[in-house]
Design a protein around this ligand. Structure first.
Ligand SMILES: [Zn+2]
Length: 159
């Protein structure tokens, strides 16, 4: 692939974040994340001059517009469900502290299978890595070409 094409692909447009549309500073009326100096941050106290807005993460959550999906499967999952759910929560907290727009949209527990929709791709990757590191098993991460999106699969059989 030509270098030019690759550069274009890395700069994939996020329909939920058009920088020029956000006033600086502004604060999300749903989650209180602050847009300041061109970036989203957890800021306390909230700048008194901040305009109100709804941030891209909260808009994606409302629309269920996922930027990543994590699928966990296998016999080991049912046996260690509560530990694995804790690992997911910890990975979510750690990622959100660094990248405030990375959130879990939904977590669907189907017994021997868990599906997690995320707002963006980084948190999907982080959850997969955290589970793989803690519980081994098989991890696959796919980035469909040209999309700002991650598909993460993890599987472990046995107990
Ligand atoms: Zn928000």
């Amino acid at each position: 692939m030509a270098r030019q094409d690759r550069l274009l692909q890395e700069d994939v447009h996020d329909p939920y974040f058009v920088k020029q549309k956000y006033r600086d500073p502004s604060v999300c009326e749903k989650c209180s994340v602050v847009f300041k100096n061109g970036a989203f941050e957890w800021v306390k106290p909230i700048p008194p001059s901040a305009a109100k807005m709804v941030c891209p993460a909260c808009r994606r959550i409302a629309d269920k517009f996922e930027g990543g999906i994590v699928t966990l499967e296998g016999g080991f999952l049912s046996q260690h469900k509560s530990d694995i759910l804790n690992t997911i929560t910890n990975a979510e907290r750690a990622e959100q502290a660094m990248r405030p727009l990375e959130r879990i949209i939904s977590l669907t527990d189907r017994g021997a299978k868990i599906e997690i929709q995320t707002t963006y791709e980084h948190i999907a990757r982080r959850i997969g890595d955290a589970i793989h590191k803690a519980y081994k098993g098989e991890l696959t991460v796919q980035y469909p070409e040209g999309e700002k999106y991650a598909r993460v699969f993890w599987k472990r059989e046995g107990r």
